[in-house]
Design a protein around this ligand. Structure first.
Ligand code: NAP
Length: 237
């Protein structure tokens, strides 16, 4: 599927399930051509079919955010059907610390979590920069967590907390570096959301969970950049 230049394009990582899928649905419903970047192509194709059946425009792109090669290949393919990128939502993430604490966290586990939750968003943003720069006032949204806030760090969620803390730092630095290009970069704490990651007992629906990310992607003032948001309000790092 190719994109025409009047149409806004949004790429969402981890768009095959959970909050990524909901963000993709909502952006498509608002008229964006949504690119669902997924590592599991079968469920990604299913997500795209659902969005198309609801009247939206969507394409699937195979992308494992923990692999530099995979990101580079995916963004090369993206250039073939999109001439710009208006919105990038770095959503894909893992929460793998069951049974671990900061006292027992193995180096390999920390490296694996950082590769997906932190270095993934960095490399995806870097690779998408030529397309983001071609959009008028692009927006990058990093899905962070209360566990990444200085007040939310937990010794029992060690690699996840450190990965989101670093994602928050990355948000500040990218926002600073991209201000001159009028590219807004912000982080979001979605709250505790009913997904495979959040579990059935979580307090928020996926619709509620993506509300602030969709607001940042579509309606928030473009001058708002380099901040962490929850419930559409800026909160402390
Ligand atoms: N749920 C919560 O309460 C909560 C709270 C705060 C923050 N968050 C954050 O919100 C984001 C979305 O979480 P969720 O609750 O929707 O989780 P989820 O339902 O577990 O979905 C995670 C998504 O990330 C994808 N993913 C994981 N590793 C990947 C990789 N290497 N490459 C590409 N995709 C990858 C998964 O793809 P596969 O299907 O291939 O595994 C899946 O699409 C995450 O960044 C998470 O840290 C969630």
């Amino acid at each position: 599927m190719s994109s025409n230049s009047a149409e806004k394009v949004a790429l969402v990582t981890g768009a095959n399930r959970g909050m990524g899928l909901e963000a993709a649905r909502q952006l498509a419903a608002r008229g964006y051509h949504v690119v669902a970047a997924v590592r599991d192509e079968a469920s990604g194709r299913q997500a795209v079919r659902e969005i198309q059946a609801a009247g939206g425009r969507a394409s699937v792109l195979s992308m494992d955010v923990s692999s530099s090669d995979s990101i580079a290949r995916a963004v090369e393919q993206l250039h073939a059907f999109a001439d710009r990128l208006d919105v990038l939502i770095n959503n894909a993430g893992i929460y793998p610390d069951e049974g671990l604490s900061i006292l027992t966290l193995p180096r390999v586990q920390l490296a694996r979590t950082l590769a997906t939750n932190t270095i993934g968003p960095l490399e995806v943003t870097q690779a998408c920069l030529p397309l983001l720069r071609r959009a008028r006032q692009a927006r990058v949204i990093n899905i962070s967590s209360g566990y990444g806030q200085l007040s939310g760090l937990s010794a029992d969620v060690p690699s996840y907390c450190l990965s989101k803390l670093a994602l928050n730092g990355l948000t500040i630095m990218l926002a600073d570096a991209l201000r001159k290009d009028q590219i807004a970069v912000n982080a979001v704490c979605p709250g505790w959301v009913r997904t495979d990651m959040g579990g059935a007992g979580a307090t928020l629906s996926v619709e509620e969970g993506v509300d602030t990310a969709i607001w940042l992607a579509t309606e928030a003032p473009q001058e708002a950049t380099g901040h962490l948001f929850r419930n559409r309000q800026e909160v402390d790092w």
